[in-house]
Design a protein around this ligand. Structure first.
Ligand code: ADP
Ligand code: MG
Length: 219
């Protein structure tokens, strides 16, 4: 069986992103407008859930984008990685529990980082959330280890995995295989990790699972 290792490094400029986000938000808005015009003619309340879900989609794209465009690294301070990882896992625990899978953090290193902790939290949240969303049995294990260049954070899931083609596309703007996905999560994480002089790598096998590896410089 083949296991592809893919270093994610696609990036779009903010200008390109803004143009595509505007385009992407227009789609649900056009649908909403069409349904509202139709509903104006009669009592077609059965379309209300559809209209609502399209509005929610537009809202989600915008909030994900705002996160992306937010000025980075306003607050650079020293912190322990363990604290941030624990906070992220507390936030995601309910999601894992609802899916009946486990979420475990095994700290092998407790390095000191000097960067924007909130941004790092956001990056880790997106990646671990993806791991949980891809998994329907078994679980997600997060480990840390000291390496030459700093620290390595590994997120291993027993989820559906990705094909070589899917691995090629991860981190590309709007690439999603989910009904309610935005395809912005990995891109946002990648941007944050790159700003921190770190790297993001994926290894995956369909039907077996995925391993995301983040490396970050330490103090
Ligand atoms: P979204 O989660 O909104 O779809 P992301 O950028 O976070 O956008 O992820 C893009 C796509 O990458 C997902 O839709 C999924 O197909 C794939 N993906 C990301 N992480 C994993 C994972 N751990 N296992 C399987 N597929 C994944
Ligand atoms: Mg995601």
């Amino acid at each position: 069986m083949r296991q592809e290792m893919k270093r994610v490094e696609k990036m779009n400029t903010l200008g390109e992103l803004a143009a595509s986000i505007a385009h992407e938000v227009r789609n649900p808005l056009t649908v909403v407008k069409g349904f509202l015009q139709m509903m104006k003619q009669g009592e077609n309340y059965q379309y209300v859930p559809l209209v609502l879900s399209e509005v929610e989609r537009a809202e989600k794209i915008i909030s994900d984008y705002l996160n992306f465009a937010k000025p980075q690294f306003q607050e650079k301070k020293r912190f322990c990685l363990d604290i941030v990882l624990n906070e992220v896992c507390i936030l995601l625990e309910p999601l894992a529990m609802n899916k009946g899978i486990s979420l475990q953090v095994k700290m092998g290193a407790n390095p000191l980082l000097e960067t924007d902790a909130d941004q790092l939290k956001q990056a880790l949240l997106n990646i671990i959330k993806n791991a949980i969303e891809a998994t329907s049995s078994g679980g997600v294990v997060v480990t840390t280890a000291a390496v030459k260049s700093g620290v390595e954070i590994r997120i291993v899931d027993t989820g559906k995995g990705m094909t070589t083609e899917q691995l090629e596309r991860i981190g590309t703007l709007f690439y999603t295989t989910k009904d309610k996905g935005t395809g912005l999560g990995t891109l946002i994480s990648l941007r944050i990790i790159n700003m921190m002089n770190g790297t993001l790598m994926y290894k995956s096998q369909p039907g077996v699972g995925t391993e995301a590896t983040i490396t970050l410089p330490t103090v």
